[in-house]
Design a protein around this ligand. Structure first.
Ligand code: SF4
Length: 470
């Protein structure tokens, strides 16, 4: 998963992009990059490096990214290595100069590369954005009118690239563009801001929270299969190029997006609050709430759900787990050793809130179980008498091929295990999962990507998920 943003209009667009990336940092912490379009010199300026946004960019570096149009990226790698060559933005000067950032994964990257490789094409990276970039540029007709050329190239991308992806790009010095895959799995939003001089700036980005922080007003979500072009001066043009069913990723609401963001008209915080209340209803049916003394949330994403759950069960919510803000999100770190270490360093416990208590721990999801096990052990080490776990995401049974690191059936703790077996693995005294129907209720929609829960993949999957051994 990654955070992407593009801005056109302000005198120095990379400053806005930098601020937006800071607000999108939770979507990826491996690397950050900004590319600006310097129309007067006919040049792209680019800086990208490994590390978090605030470390990658200094004031001097941003000063070297002039222009009224810029795109930015903060990365968490699911395809491609964590190395300089795989970082975004990526750009090529042929045929007119195209630069892109993307969020998501292609599920057919190997197929896409096989024919060009057979003809001798060499690739600079393992990143699937390079495949989208090639597909786009190879089919771009510089003689066509700009929007027609753009539509034709995006159609070509849609015809070849399968998977969940949202793209923001700069097309020469003509303007900013963006598109979402035909099912709209990854989010992309359009926003505008009136400047002091009366002009209007336009932004595209992964989350409303980051755009609103910059003073932009949200216009709408880009639709599934839609392409938008925002010229330097003039009105934007859009076209919806497919009629496939919109299937946004459910995990954006459950875990990934910031609580202050809204996707497809549904606020993330409210969705999580509702998930908690619905899960409480399930617990009331399946168990006796008197067996719990206190509800504890795993900070920070599960806090709204824990509030909703605690209110409905009439059990006090206590923030017994204190998070060290300076340790990365464990789920998005690469490798189980670094994840375990991150969990160990990440939380401390307010002993007074858990000693002798029967704790109902609320988390947004249980992926590998590593984090859950460590937290349950930690609470017990600090005196909790019992710890049960409630997950607001239904059991994650299948890998994700579209940009979230649910890599192998073997690694997914819910895959092939019964509830008692899962509870035993993570040393929980009880375990509760949200139902798929309750997830639909909380998100306020019936249609979304739920492939990791049901195995119903909207795009065909080929071979192994990213990171899965053959
Ligand atoms: S498989 Fe799961 S995590 Fe991946 S895009 Fe679909 S809903 Fe999201």
């Amino acid at each position: 998963m990654c955070g992407i943003v593009g801005v056109i209009g302000p005198q120095f667009a990379s400053r806005d992009v930098y601020q937006a990336l800071l607000m999108l940092q939770h979507r990826g912490q491996d690397s950050a990059g900004i590319l600006s379009v310097d129309a007067t010199r006919g040049q792209f300026h680019l800086h990208k490096a490994l590390g978090q946004v605030a470390n990658v960019f200094t004031a001097d570096r941003i000063a070297n990214l002039p222009g009224d149009c810029a795109i930015g990226h903060t990365r968490y790698s699911t395809i491609g290595a964590v190395r300089e060559g795989d970082l975004q933005p990526m750009a090529i000067s042929h045929p007119t100069g195209v630069a892109m950032v993307h969020n998501g994964n292609l599920s057919n990257q190997d197929d896409l590369r096989s024919a060009p490789k057979a003809k001798g094409r060499m690739y600079l990276s393992g990143n699937d954005l390079e495949d989208i970039l090639h597909s786009f540029a190879d089919s771009y007709d510089p003689k066509a009118a700009t929007f027609e050329g753009l539509v034709r190239s995006v159609k070509t991308v849609f015809d070849h690239a399968e998977g969940g992806y949202a793209v923001v790009g700069a097309l020469g010095n003509e303007g900013l563009f963006g598109f979402r895959d035909p099912h709209g799995i990854r989010p992309l939003l359009l926003a505008t801001r009136k400047e002091a001089d009366g002009t209007r700036s336009v932004a595209l980005g992964s989350e409303t929270g980051a755009l609103k922080f910059l003073g932009f007003e949200i216009e709408r979500d880009i639709k599934a299969g839609e392409v938008i072009f925002i010229p330097r001066n003039g009105e934007w043009k859009t076209a919806v190029l497919t009629d496939r069913k919109p299937l946004p990723c459910q995990f954006e609401w459950v875990y990934f997006s910031s609580a202050d963001s809204s996707l497809e008209g549904r606020n993330v915080y409210e969705a999580r609050l509702r998930l908690g209340a619905l899960l409480a209803g399930k617990i009331l049916k399946e168990s006796d709430p008197n067996r719990f003394d206190v509800v504890v949330s795993v900070p920070d994403t599960s806090r709204p759900a824990a509030i909703g759950l605690s209110e409905r069960l009439h059990i006090p919510l206590r923030e017994a787990l204190i998070k060290n803000r300076y340790v990365q999100r464990s789920f998005i770190l690469s490798g189980s050793a670094s994840r375990s270490l991150a969990v160990k360093n990440k939380f401390s416990v307010v002993d007074e809130l858990v000693v002798g208590k029967r704790v109902l721990l609320v988390d947004d999801s249980i992926v590998r179980g590593t984090t859950s096990l460590k937290i349950i052990e930690l609470l017990k080490q600090h005196g909790a008498k019992e710890v049960s776990l409630a997950s607001t995401c239904p059991p994650i049974l299948h890998p994700c091929f579209y940009g979230i690191a649910f890599p192998t059936h073997e690694e997914l703790i819910a895959s092939g295990r019964t509830l008692p077996q899962i509870a035993k693995e993570i040393r929980a005294d009880g375990i509760f999962y949200t139902d798929l129907n309750d997830l639909k209720d909380a998100l306020g929609r019936d249609d979304f990507c739920d492939a990791c829960l049901t195995g119903n993949y909207p795009y065909p999957v080929h071979g192994n998920a990213p990171g899965e051994n053959s």
